[in-house]
Write a protein that binds this ligand. Structure first.
Ligand code: KG4
Ligand code: ZN
Length: 335
């Protein structure tokens, strides 16, 4: 069973070919155009998807070394995401499905991230705690099987990646800000400034990062002049990064203890953060298994969409012949 998977929910166009659990190709094209605007411009994202999607599909099939006629099903991200971006991917997928008379499996993008750990590590066992942490999402899930998971916490305002990006903007750094802060933080002192760890001690598993952004804004206005000195940038970056990672790690660890789960999976672009990776890996000393998928499965990618589509086919009697589904921009709360 060859599945051609299409992901275009935000600003990355990705096309993958999956055979059972094997990734035959996973082509990802990001859109540098947004850098000039300091954030994603939805209309430009949709246009770039339109420009990229056909040629990327051909490249992906070529890398997988198969013809479109050898494809058995199409998978596509149907929610959540930017409306225009989702429409480009789903319309393209519906077109292919009609032309080649193939089943079409709509896949939830966040579910793709949740199960990306299984794509990476076939030995991973249920249940596990999944932290999905990106520019658009920061949520914790208790995952019991391929068809059963529970949302146990989510951000009440900004996502962690959004906090990295917005704070980097305040500091006059480029977009996306996460990688820049990560790099600067390597030379800085994480205890130089004590920024708030919002909601770290609440009994739930929700997050909040907008207070941190506001606190950093006022702190910079009060104490620094622009352009910031290199050492100040480094110390600010290290202190901000430490505040964000502390909360993510603390709440995830608390969830694993509460639900008595020994496996933890982290997905989404922020899992590239070096402090986050090192901090979570330290939990292995306490007997936890930490799965940090390789970066091409952490960022937005079609491999995770195709992988989950394959599981959906395996675990349901659905014929997946409904081409009338609508895309949705809304994030999910629970399943
Ligand atoms: O998953 P992703 O590629 O796209 C979505 O947001 O869905 O994640 C992008 C986010 C951006 O906010 C970016 O700043 C953040 O991931 N990011 C990082 C790092 N690399 C990417 N944040 C912190 N440290 C990094 N090294
Ligand atoms: Zn994502």
């Amino acid at each position: 069973m060859n599945i051609l998977a299409i992901e275009s929910s935000c600003d990355d166009t990705s096309i993958a070919v999956i055979n059972k659990n094997n990734v035959l190709s996973n082509v990802i094209s990001s859109q540098p155009i947004h850098t000039d605007y300091g954030g994603i411009v939805p209309e430009l994202a949709s246009r770039a998807h339109i420009n990229n999607i056909s040629s990327l599909t051909l490249s992906s099939l070529k890398i997988a070394d198969i013809d479109i006629k050898s494809v058995d099903a199409i998978a596509v991200t149907s929610e959540p995401g930017l409306m225009g971006s989702l429409i480009v991917g789903s319309s393209f997928a519906k077109g292919l499905s009609l032309k080649y008379n193939l089943p079409l499996i709509p896949v939830n993008h966040i579910e793709g991230h949740i199960y990306s750990g299984c794509l990476e590590d076939e030995t991973l066992e249920f249940p596990f705690i999944s932290l999905v942490v990106s520019g658009g999402h920061t949520s914790l899930f208790l995952v019991k099987s391929y068809t059963n998971f529970e949302t146990i916490g989510m951000t009440k305002d900004d996502a962690a990646g959004e906090a990295f990006d917005k704070i980097a903007k305040l500091m006059g750094l480029g977009y996306p800000g996460g990688p820049v802060i990560d790099k600067l933080a390597k030379e800085g002192n994480p205890t130089e400034y004590d920024f708030p760890r919002s909601m770290i001690n609440t009994d739930d598993f929700d997050f909040s990062f907008s207070g941190l952004k506001t606190s950093v804004r006022y702190f910079i206005q009060k104490n620094f002049e622009f352009p910031l000195k290199e050492k100040d940038k480094q110390n600010l970056a290290a202190s901000v990064q430490s505040a964000i990672v502390d909360v993510l790690k603390h709440k995830t660890y608390k969830a694993a203890k509460k639900y008595k789960v020994k496996n933890i999976v982290i997905g989404g672009g922020v899992s590239a953060n070096s402090l986050l990776r090192n901090s979570f890996l330290k939990l292995e000393d306490k007997g936890y298994k930490i799965v940090l998928p390789k970066m091409e499965y952490c960022i937005d990618n079609a491999a995770m969409i195709g992988f989950l589509a394959n599981k959906k086919i395996e675990h349901s009697d659905n014929k997946f012949n409904n081409l009338t589904f609508r895309v949705s921009s809304r994030p999910m709360r629970s399943k």
